[in-house]
Write a protein that binds this ligand. Structure first.
Ligand code: G3P
Ligand code: CA
Length: 265
């Protein structure tokens, strides 16, 4: 057998071993409430997270933004246009100014944008928090106040936190400030190389469901990474949740908690 053949068979062996041995295969995926119970109430609000907690999930998924006065608030978009009755970038407003723009969505009731602190005051140590950081103008500036806040509530030492980000720079900063906090590197659709995913500081890799192919799942498992899948398209989410179920991934960011529970448990 020449070298090329040996390499090919070696790779195949590793794929098969990875597929056979990964411990996550035996357990159903963990469920993370994507922006709270976002199918039932205005996303990223206290009420959406209360519904999610009542339905029972492994963690509350939370997107972070920072206001002009440095408050960490729970919001996905860079602007408040889509999810409130106002407009403009989140960081153009102080937290008090944001109160003038209540959230909108499927809830049919006025509710303001919450501070991250509001969630901790509401749920304390009864929930796990899966927090997404992002750069602000290319800089890792939300990480330090975030870690300070987590320490204030003792959430890191109580192992209640996972931090996720599409930004390698942000995750490095978190790792520097709080080594040992579990980290998830997110990759958008079609993005992310094996080299990028293999960084030892990442415990989990978050990929969009259409990227969850048997080959990719095997390779990431071979690297020793758990895989958490998010679902970008509401029209295909249920079908995708069913398809991905067969692949043995470790987590779903679900927009429909009860559906995912019925499917997986
Ligand atoms: O955090 C997982 C998933 O939420 C990533 O996508 O855009 O919904 O934050 P996005
Ligand atoms: Ca997110």
């Amino acid at each position: 057998m020449n070298r090329q053949h040996l390499f090919k068979w070696g790779l195949l062996f590793l794929f098969v071993m990875a597929g056979c041995q990964h411990p996550g295969d035996e357990e159903p995926p963990k469920l993370f409430a994507h922006r709270g119970a976002s199918d039932q109430f205005n996303e990223s609000t206290l009420t959406a997270y209360k519904i999610a907690a009542d339905e029972g999930v492994d963690a509350l998924e939370i997107d972070l933004r920072m206001t002009a006065d440095g408050e960490l608030v729970v919001m996905h978009d860079e602007t408040i246009d889509r999810t409130t009755n106002g407009s403009g970038p989140v960081d153009a407003y102080t937290f008090d100014e944001l109160a003038a723009y209540p959230t909108v969505g499927g809830g049919g009731r006025i509710e303001k944008i919450p501070m991250l602190r509001d969630l901790f005051d509401t749920f304390g140590e009864t929930e796990h928090y899966y927090i997404e950081t992002r750069l602000i103008n290319g800089k890792a500036v939300m990480e330090r106040p975030l870690i300070q806040l987590l320490n204030e509530y003792s959430l890191i030492e109580k192992k209640k936190i996972i931090i996720q980000s599409f930004s390698e720079k942000s995750l490095h900063e978190v790792n520097k400030l709080a080594p040992g906090v579990p980290l998830t590197r997110l990759f958008g659709r079609g993005k992310g190389t094996i080299m990028q995913a293999s960084l030892p500081i990442y415990d989990h890799i978050g990929i969009e469901s259409t990227d969850a192919t048997p080959q990719r799942v095997m390779m990431l498992h071979y690297l020793g990474k758990d895989i958490h899948v998010f679902f970008n398209d509401p029209k295909t989410e249920k079908a995708e949740q069913k398809r991905v179920k067969k692949l043995g991934v470790e987590g779903y960011f679900t927009n429909d908690i009860l559906y995912a529970k019925k499917l997986l448990h």
